[in-house]
Design a protein around this ligand. Sequence first.
Ligand code: 9D3
Length: 278
Amino acid sequence: MRIDVLTIFPDLFTGFLSTSIPAIAIEQGRISCHTHDIRAYAANKHRKVDDRPFGGGPGMVMMCQPIFDAVKAAESQDSELRAVRVLLTPQGERLTQPRVEWLAQQPRLTLLCGHYEGIDERVIEELKPLEISIGDYVLSGGELGAMVLIDAVARLQPGVLGHEESAAEDSFSVRSTDGAHLLDCPHYTRPREWNGREVPDILLSGDHAAVDRWRDAQRIERTRERRPDLLQNSPLAEAQPLPAANNNKPAAQVARANRSHASGEVGGLLGQTAPEGA
Ligand code: 9D3
């Protein structure tokens, strides 16, 4: 996949593209990423890329000409590859994993980063980009959105993660049998006890089928508690008996809860959601 980024801050991408997953994807030749400084395409001698808004108001608006010429120049390279154009904007469709998966399959992306109050609407109409927002909060420009999108599509390129299961099993890619997206289960590594907190016994049992069942139950329970919106229209929204969870609780408290649970007492750790001392 070829990615072109149009921005007035190309330097922001230097560290990002030389580090972590995108760097691996680039090194492996799975993606190539080219930044283009919109300012270099300004036709005026002051390299001006913004101007005051017609109708008045605060801030500045990015002008059509430098953006249009930058897109045409970028897309004239490797022009046999047909680009999907993406404008990062707070007015866009919210970026979700299904959209990331679709974008990751395209041969080429042209990412357009806005700044200031926004972009002259006429160049948006002319370029007809897909408009994408990365969430309901205010950023100062589209660059961080472009980096989020590049990271998300780079890690889905075949061979990039090495450990192919990781991408498929992450939060938002794990699905239950009825198709609902589920959050990830908790993870543990050595030591078996840390700060008085023990790893859930089931993970030390060596019973792989039981571990799989416990992890699925955790995924469902955490999704129900933290992101019930993901379970809209799913039968998983209804409570069902789950294997006991002693994770992240001090060992003594877990022992106490398990004893009371064994004696038929209600109100053990199942269903407890408030942090300690809350
Ligand atoms: C305070 C200015 N706002 C007035 C209502 C409009 C505004 C213009 C430009 C708000 C943010 C921006 C710059 N943001 C982006 O370009 C952007 C963004 C975002 O702010 N939030 C989430 N996703 C994205 S993608 C690009």
